[in-house]
Each structure stands twice: as structure tokens, then as C-alpha cells.
Design a protein around this ligand. Structure first.
Ligand SMILES: O=C1O[C@H](COP(=O)(O)O)[C@@H](O)[C@H](O)[C@H]1O
Length: 237
């Protein structure tokens, strides 16, 4: 059985080297966007894995004031909460040179993602898509963005022809209510990266790519098997 041809994997012996390589690659994408269109748009994931990448990217010399930064998904908590993805981005990415970048949050302060959906959707609709780069992460359970196994709106979020840009998501293992860009929105990008670390995630990814056993149902498989945008996996141990 062969892996989908749309995926290339860049493996690194250390996570610092991975962070540097991806930061240089994404910065190059953003510079191209600035040179060709006068602006650029970047969507990044949260969680814990992107910290080193964010630190490297934040020091890249480019005209950050013209780079709009948003999230691929958010936990429905205020930025004062340690689990906020926006907090992570502010702390680790929007500093140094990148402090000048405008940030477009998905969290609106409404009581629920359903209540904030229209405002979040309007924020994404106002971006000049396609993205120049989207950087996804992945959990051990095969979730990416907030496409969680068992998610109440998973099928809708993964529908490649769906019209929603953003959707709420509730799932048993998500921790808190979520909001997520949908798959067709994430695929409106000039470059798509999947940043993963650790042996466990390497195995999850390999199984998901091949559709082996339970991994056939891992949401990340929808990203790995689509043919719209090539996926570059950046992996470190
Ligand atoms: O909850 C989330 O988890 C994933 C993976 O996070 P990590 O801590 O295992 O790196 C992340 O990609 C997603 O943006 C986040 O909301």
C-alpha cells in the first residue's frame, strides 16, 4: 500500500532544527505574498508544539505590519486562560519583529462559539484569502485544527464542498467548546504545513496516511488524502 502522493515529509533529528527550517520556509512564503500582493495572511495552530517555531518565526525580518495572523482553531476561553490559543500566539509569535502583525482572533467573548459564530465568520470572510500559509498541528488522537474524533459537527467541518468558513465544535475529548476553520477554508492556501513532534505522532500520522485500522477515522486523514493542496509534514522526535 502506498502513501498519498500529496504529502511530503521533512524529518529532523532535533526540534530546534525543525522550528528553524519551517520558520524560514513560512517567512519566505510571507515575503512572496508581500512582494506580489502587498499583503500576506497566515493561519497557525495552537497547542504546545508550535512554540519553538513561533519563536523562530517571530524573529524573521519581513514587513509584519502587512501580515495578518489568525488561528486555525480556538478553545472557547478568554485570552487570560492558559489554554487560549490566542494567548500562545501573543506570547510566542507576536513579539520581536512580528509584534507589528495584526492578529485576528476567533474568540469573540460571546458566551459560546455558537453565539460568537457570526462574528468569527465575518472576521475570516474579511481576510484576503487564499492564505499564504496555513500551519496545522495534530493531537495524539488524530485531531487537527478542532476536527476532533466524535466532534458534533465533524462531518460538516470536513465537507470539502461545505460553505461554512468557521464552525463550532464540541467533542468528548476536546476539553472545552471549540471553534474551527473548516477544511475547505484551510485548503484555501498557497502552502499547507503540518507541524508534529514525537514518535507517537509519527506513528499516528503514518497510520492515518495509510488508513490503517482505527486511523481510517482520524480527522487528520481528511487533510492527508485531499488533493487540493500539497501537504508538507515537518516532524521532529
Ligand atoms: O487543542 C489543540 O491541539 C492541537 C495539537 O496540540 P499539541 O499540544 O499536541 O501540539 C493543536 O494543533 C490545535 O490547534 C489545538 O487547538
Amino acid at each position: 500500500m502506498s502513501a498519498p502522493a500529496n504529502v511530503t515529509t521533512h524529518s529532523f533529528t532535533g526540534c530546534q532544527a525543525q522550528a528553524i527550517a519551517l520558520a524560514e520556509r513560512v517567512a519566505e512564503r510571507l515575503r512572496n505574498g508581500l512582494a506580489q500582493r502587498g499583503q500576506a495572511v497566515l493561519a497557525v495552530s495552537g497547542g504546545s508544539t508550535p512554540k519553538a517555531f513561533f519563536e523562530q518565526l517571530s524573529r524573521q525580518a519581513l514587513d509584519w505590519a502587512r501580515v495578518q495572523v489568525t488561528l486555525v482553531d480556538e478553545r472557547w476561553v478568554p485570552e487570560s486562560d492558559a489554554r487560549s490559543n490566542a494567548r500562545l500566539v501573543h506570547t510566542h509569535l507576536l513579539q520581536h519583529a512580528a509584534a507589528a502583525a495584526p492578529f485576528i482572533p476567533l474568540y469573540t467573548g460571546d458566551a459560546s462559539p455558537e453565539a460568537g459564530l457570526a462574528r468569527a465568520e465575518a472576521r475570516i470572510a474579511a481576510l484576503p484569502l487564499p492564505f499564504d500559509a496555513v500551519v496545522l498541528g495534530m493531537g495524539d488522537d488524530g485531531h487537527t485544527a478542532s476536527f476532533f474524533p466524535g466532534g458534533d459537527r465533524l462531518a460538516e467541518a470536513l465537507d470539502p464542498d461545505g460553505s461554512a468558513r468557521v464552525l463550532p465544535m464540541h467533542a468528548p475529548d476536546a476539553g472545552e467548546p471549540r471553534i474551527t476553520l473548516t477544511l475547505p477554508t484551510l485548503l484555501q492556501t498557497r502552502a499547507l504545513y503540518l507541524l508534529v513532534a514525537g514518535e507517537k505522532k509519527r506513528d499516528v500520522l503514518a497510520d492515518a496516511r495509510l488508513g490503517l485500522g482505527a486511523a481510517r477515522d482520524y480527522p487528520v486523514r481528511a487533510v492527508l488524502t485531499q488533493q487540493r493542496v500539497p501537504v508538507a509534514v515537518y516532524w521532529c522526535p
